[in-house]
Design a protein around this ligand. Structure first.
Ligand SMILES: Cc1ncc(COP(=O)(O)O)c(C=O)c1O
Length: 440
């Protein structure tokens, strides 16, 4: 929602925004050309809606460690971390070596192989899962988790949350999107426990599952309020619904993911992003009772149908080999705990910089994921987040770009392991400078 009237600063106006977009376009002639050519064959110029922003997204040509280079040769400190998928930075040698070695023996193989079971063992051990299955994306992992619950319960309704995002066809930014997969959704209010419990009560005998992010990621890095997740799961379980935690982004927090840190135990958890070390990845895991519905060797009988879950690339060699190194060597439980603490520290520094300026800009998040909001206070609910000043938000984004800092248009920042302390100091100075200019 645009609330520019509320913003009193002469450097924060639709006119200054037009100038900032024009300056961005002028600084990036090669990206502008690339974008024009791309739009002739790719609607919007690419295949990830989230990358769209005015005047056009940059074409990237290289990434090393935490530094990105665009088609015009300009460099950026990458604070986006590919929306959490780029946790390792751009050139983690151990992952690249392991993938090269695995691919030199088996590339595309219609059979089982040791990397698949290796990664499954690591995931079960790390996240306390009895069983796990792999997919190609977080979207698919969530679709399969929902399928698992529908088949197990024989019910039809799926509880989701306003502001939630579980994939391209599981999108709830403003209620259920019309292009969503055709499930029977009940959309509940995130961080409103009473409202959620009332809906669980209302749909008690029909709820197959509740699926929820422990922190809304694309919804603005809004963490579950204390008890919201745990009490929602407890109430859902009490009416026989399956509790699904979407940790596609948030499994990086603490040793075993954010749901555990919030004291909430899921029946099925979904994973994605960084675990594939830069390769397409998704997984869903949980109790044997639920997941063994996929076990074709189990005896069938009344109420015991085997669910078929095929997928040519579900166990692709590159992802499986990369994932083994990610969880087994690079992002161990200890490393995850340290990274969560480093992220908390960074968010504290960002908040201190924001406090030096009179602008209505705040930061929300948890651990190594955070979001800048053109709002005086960090949002607690998706409705709060929707009240941001869109002009100020975009000026902040373009201003950081101009200063060599790469973030998401919506303000998201995801700290990667590759970003150094010196680079964080540079980024914080850039934020300070940008806010100073906007506030003057
Ligand atoms: C919480 C959450 N779930 C699911 C997804 C979908 O994952 P993918 O983009 O791999 O399909 C995303 C992607 O951003 C996400 O943030």
């Amino acid at each position: 929602m645009v609330t520019i009237e509320a913003c009193q600063y002469r450097n924060v106006t639709p006119t200054t925004l037009e100038h900032a977009r024009q300056a961005f376009a002028d600084r990036h002639p090669q990206s502008r050309l690339q974008h024009a050519a791309a739009r002739a064959v790719l609607p919007g110029g690419h295949t990830r809606t989230v990358l769209t922003h005015l005047p056009f997204p940059l074409t990237l040509v290289a990434g090393h460690g935490s530094v990105l280079t665009d088609a015009d040769g300009q460099e950026y400190i990458d604070l986006l971390g590919d929306y959490t998928a780029g946790l390792l930075g751009h050139s983690e040698r151990r992952v690249l070596d392991a993938v090269a070695a695995a691919l030199s023996t088996l590339a595309s193989v219609g059979g089982v192989h040791r990397h698949e079971v290796g990664l499954a063992q690591l995931m079960c051990g790390r996240f306390g899962l009895e069983r796990v299955r792999f997919t190609n994306s977080g979207t698919e992992a969530n679709l399969m988790a929902i399928t698992t619950a529908l088949m197990y319960t024989g019910r039809k309704k799926i509880m989701v949350f306003h502001g939630g995002y579980h994939g391209g066809v599981l999108y709830f930014a403003s209620g259920a999107a019309p292009w969503n997969a055709p499930y029977d959704f009940v959309v509940a209010p995130y961080n409103d426990l009473q409202g959620t419990l009332a809906l669980i009560d209302q749909h008690a005998g029909q709820l197959a599952a509740v699926i929820v992010e422990p922190m809304l990621g694309s919804g603005g890095c809004i963490p579950s309020a204390p008890r919201f997740l745990a009490d929602t799961f407890a109430a859902a379980r009490a009416v026989g619904a399956v509790c699904i935690a979407d940790e596609v982004m948030t499994s990086r927090h603490g040793p075993t993911g954010l749901a555990d840190l919030l004291g909430a135990k899921a029946d099925i958890t979904t994973y994605g992003k960084y675990i594939g070390g830069g390769f397409s990845f998704g997984a869903f895991g949980g109790t044997a009772e639920l997941l063994d519905q996929f076990d074709g060797e189990r005896p069938q009988g009344p109420g015991r149908r085997v669910i078929s879950h095929a997928g040519t690339f579900n166990n692709n060699i590159a992802t499986m080999a990369a994932g083994e190194v990610v969880l087994g060597e690079v992002f161990t439980a200890d490393a995850a705990v340290a990274h969560t603490a480093r992220g908390e520290e960074l968010r504290g520094h960002v908040a201190s910089v924001l406090a030096r300026h009179r602008l209505p800009v705040s930061v929300s998040g948890f651990g190594s994921m955070m979001s800048l909001h053109a709002l005086a206070e960090p949002p607690r609910t998706p409705a709060d987040a929707a009240g941001r000043d869109d002009v100020l938000q975009e000026l902040l984004f373009l201003g950081l770009y101009q200063r060599g800092i790469y973030t998401a248009a919506r303000g998201m920042i995801n700290l990667s392991l590759a970003v150094t302390d010196d680079q964080l100091s540079v980024a914080l100075d850039a934020l300070d400078d940008c806010l100073g200019e906007l506030a003057s």
